[in-house]
Design a protein around this ligand. Structure first.
Ligand code: 13P
Length: 253
């Protein structure tokens, strides 16, 4: 399976700053020869402009989409609209959306359905709080999130899982490689029961949470870690390219 390195810019950068990143980044990416898939999720207002720019093994993603289709939903943008701009994927269920914007499991589920119907690939985000981790069974919390988000789906086509422990997001406190591997193995095991062993073997599971060039090699080299969903370190061209190079090196090695 190819590694994926995906950048989530969150609410950062003005349009001109996004363009100043994109030109040198995509040129440099075109010079690299690795196989890692590279994705960036910029703020939604820039997508139609940025999605005109491309590179080998690169695509654009949105950070969320509406739980509804077309209609009287002021301010919302649908998965179909995203698709029409050239976007290929969407993050759904990020913990910041759950915490600050009231995204319940039901909303996450509805968004997954909208995105898949629009043929967008879904980066399904999951992760536990520190309190939940310390309560002893973080795997149960995370697998319950996946269960809600995939309710009613008959297959796992178009899904990628991003495990992002909430206590590691933007805190500089990364999960250890062992902690990440053990959660990723639990997710893959749950996936095998839910969708079958082939789907589980082919499921990309990305790690997110203070992942940066100094710790990525250890995390990405774990057997069940297939790359990363990167916040802060995706905002700088050099750091993000370094992460791609690290993933490329492990893929080839
Ligand atoms: P940081 O890499 O800034 O911790 O953010 C991770 C994240 O939330 C990516 O979606």
């Amino acid at each position: 399976m190819r590694n994926i390195v995906a950048g989530n810019w969150k609410s950062n950068k003005l349009l001109n700053e996004a363009q100043e990143f994109t030109d040198p980044f995509l040129s440099a990416l075109n010079e690299l020869t690795g196989e890692t898939e590279v994705v960036i999720a910029p703020p939604a207002p820039y997508l139609a402009t940025l999605a005109k720019e491309g590179a080998y093994r690169f695509s654009w993603a949105a950070q969320q989409c509406s739980a509804h289709g077309f209609g009287a939903f002021t301010g919302e943008f649908t998965a179909e609209m995203l698709r029409s701009t050239g976007v290929q994927s969407v993050l759904i269920g990020h913990s910041e959306r759950r915490e600050h914007f009231g995204e319940t499991d039901e909303v996450v589920r509805a968004k997954v359905e909208q995105a898949l119907a629009a043929r967008l690939r879904v980066f399904l985000c999951c992760g536990e709080t520190l309190e939940q981790r310390e309560s002893g069974r973080p795997e149960d919390i995370v697998c319950a999130q996946l269960e809600h988000a995939t309710t009613g789906l008959t297959d796992a086509e178009g899904l990628v899982v991003a495990y992002e422990p909430i206590w590691a997001i933007g805190t500089g406190r990364t999960a250890t490689a062992d902690q990440a591997q053990s959660m990723h193995a639990a997710i893959r095991g749950w996936w095998a029961e839910r969708f079958g062993p082939d789907a589980a073997a082919n499921l990309p599971i990305l790690y997110g949470g203070s992942c940066k060039p100094s710790n990525a090699a250890e995390l990405f080299s774990q057997p069940d870690v297939n790359g990363g969903l990167i916040g802060g370190a995706s905002l700088k061209v050099d750091d993000f390219l370094d992460l791609v190079r690290i993933a490329d090196g492990l893929q080839n090695g």
